[in-house]
Design a protein around this ligand. Structure first.
Ligand code: GAP
Length: 458
């Protein structure tokens, strides 16, 4: 029996993540704080590997995209120009009886299937007229639906006005557009990419790390000539986004596109399509692609009184570029990788839980075991091999329990290879046993040939 991804309830991922040190509630000793999570040792490795894969795919391997890293707290004018101050709101509704707060459009979608995002009056009406029941206490006594800002405010010594924690990484790219363009002599079309934290005061953070208040994004602003036909590029970007999720281990049948209906698009957007993943709680957005026209550069140009255009030397033409924005949520990419990798084989005492991560993103690449922990020669040889391989790969040394238990533990954290040093290694063949996570097949490899053996494996 093998149960794979979409049928795996999120609770199994939550439990495994905590048990094996991927992700756990932050500040648990103080009772936790509002759905905040920490990435533990394996979670941090996984996160770094996914970031590295993204950076390699979208920056390193391309001629047309450069990376940057801007601050979390940026000039407040930026967020006024982008429309976030005053406009980045969600609809809130309270249950008068149990005082529980809900995001109104999500609640109505859950209870009726209707998508009422943006229609405050309509939401208030539906909640009352259909006497929708509070999922928490069963009462039907709702406040009016009203908007609430998702911007996190804070203060900065020496700065008079309120400042905000950035709600997206994109802002820093737009305000640094000119510096990047001037210093890198980029030719259109070109992209500027960034990975970093973003903060949103979500009404309800839920579904584990799917909806957080503090999360990470990986975003690209791809600047194009407004006169080109952009549709083929848009399609190319969508395919690249899909490719990335396939590289993380997602199965094609668990990915789908969702095109934002025309009437819901921002006035400046020509097209927006999300990539959704089939989680056990339903299809959820993991990535998006938007045509943002020249909205951002024009707004920042207006608010800053600076020219933010592009001069095309070949055509002797000056224009404000249009933008295609491929955006990815890093925490949602991690969740996608975890859910996609999770598999159960066998049953009862024979149950084998395996995270079948693609090797590139596995937190630990090779686990090194001495057959027995109380035999100094075995331990020494295994440690030598561990230190040697650790120069190139993230390895783990483990001498606890019997080999079967050690295999199970490494299966649960998704380690592609386990390497065991036994008595034959020392006395007979100067070789070790390498066991493959997915096939569970074992082979003997000479210690001198380990470097070669692993060279093309990751
Ligand atoms: N700059 C465009 C932008 O921020 P978005 O659709 O609001 O677009 C981009 O966010 C991505 O960030 C989403 O596709 C999602 O993966 C991730 N994301 C958004 N809100 C999130 C949250 N509260 N928790 C975790 N990830 C989130």
């Amino acid at each position: 029996m093998s149960k794979e991804n979409k049928t795996i309830p999120l609770e199994k991922i939550v439990a495994l993540s905590k048990r094996r040190g991927f992700i756990f509630p932050a500040c648990e000793i103080y009772g936790g704080l509002a759905n905040a999570y920490s990435y533990g040792p394996y979670g941090a490795e996984l996160k770094n590997n996914i970031k590295a894969l993204w950076w390699k795919k979208f920056i390193q391997e391309r001629e047309d995209i450069v990376g940057m890293d801007g601050p979390i707290i940026l000039h407040t004018k930026l967020w006024e120009a982008s429309g976030h101050v005053g406009g980045f709101n969600d609809a809130l509704v309270d249950c008068r009886k149990c005082k529980k707060r809900f995001r109104a459009d999500h609640l109505i979608k859950e209870l009726t299937g209707e998508d009422m995002e943006g229609d405050l009056e309509g939401m208030t009406k539906v909640l009352k007229e259909k006497e929708l029941k509070c999922p928490e206490c069963g009462a039907s006594d709702w406040t009016e639906a009203r908007t609430i800002s998702m911007m996190f405010k804070t203060e900065m010594n020496g700065v008079e006005e309120e400042v905000y924690l950035r709600p997206e990484t994109a802002g820093a790219i737009f305000v640094d557009y000119k510096n990047v363009l001037d210093s890198m002599r980029l030719k259109i079309p070109f992209g500027i990419a960034q990975i970093g934290k973003a903060f949103r005061n979500e009404i309800v953070a839920r579904n584990f790390t799917f909806r957080l208040r503090e999360f990470e994004q990986m975003e690209i602003e791809y600047f194009i000539d407004p006169e080109i036909s952009w549709e083929p590029l848009f399609e190319e970007w969508l395919e690249k986004q899909k490719e990335f999720f396939i590289e993380l281990g997602a199965k094609e049948e668990n990915l789908r596109r969702y095109e934002h209906p025309k009437e819901k698009l921002s006035h400046y957007s020509k097209k927006t399509i999300d990539w959704e993943y089939n989680f056990s709680f339903g299809w959820g957005e993991i990535s998006g692609l938007a045509h943002r026209s020249d909205f951002d550069l024009s707004q920042h140009s207006k608010f800053s009184n600076q020219k933010l255009d592009y001069f095309d030397q070949k055509e002797n033409r000056r224009f404000v570029p249009h933008v295609l924005e491929p955006t990815f949520g890093l925490d949602r990419a991690i969740l996608t990788a975890l859910v996609s990798a999770y598999s159960e084989e066998g049953e009862g005492d024979d149950l084998r839980v395996v995270l079948k991560f693609p090797r590139k993103i596995a937190p630990i690449k090779i686990a090194v075991f001495p057959l027995l922990k109380n035999k100094p020669d075995l331990v020494k040889k295994a440690k030598d091999i561990f230190h040697n391989l650790s120069k190139t790969y993230r390895c783990e040394f483990d001498d606890n329990g019997n080999i079967g238990k050690r295999y199970r533990r490494q299966d649960e954290i998704g380690t592609p290879f386990c390497l065991t040093v036994d008595f034959d290694s020392l006395e007979k063949d100067n070789s070790v046993t390498i066991r493959d996570r997915d096939t569970m097949e074992q082979e003997r490899i000479k210690i001198d040939e380990l470097e070669n053996y692993f060279q093309d494996k990751f």
